[in-house]
Design a protein around this ligand. Structure first.
Ligand SMILES: [Zn+2]
Length: 83
């Protein structure tokens, strides 16, 4: 997995803006393990008068470098491997 989200957050911190990309913890109930953190695609209600909650989606590909999550990573974006 790439490390783009952390890199972007580090740059935002250097820029002094009070903003960071949300990196949610994701949990697989079937395996009981944390899964690869992914970017979240936020949405807004198409019809704000309806009470139904808006939906959010997890990205399949990194929105910064385009590498598919849970796939071999491009070397320039490789995350440090911890053993
Ligand atoms: Zn990336």
């Amino acid at each position: 997995m790439c490390n783009c989200m952390n890199k972007v957050n580090q740059q935002l911190e250097k820029d002094g803006v009070n903003t960071r990309i949300t990196i949610p913890f994701t949990f697989n109930f079937a395996t009981g393990k944390l899964t690869t953190p992914r970017a979240v695609i936020e949405t807004e209600k198409a019809d704000p008068t309806k009470r139904e909650k808006k939906k959010s989606f997890f990205a399949t590909y990194c929105p910064v470098c385009g590498v598919k999550y849970d796939q071999p990573t491009a070397p320039e974006n490789a995350e440090e491997v911890k053993s």
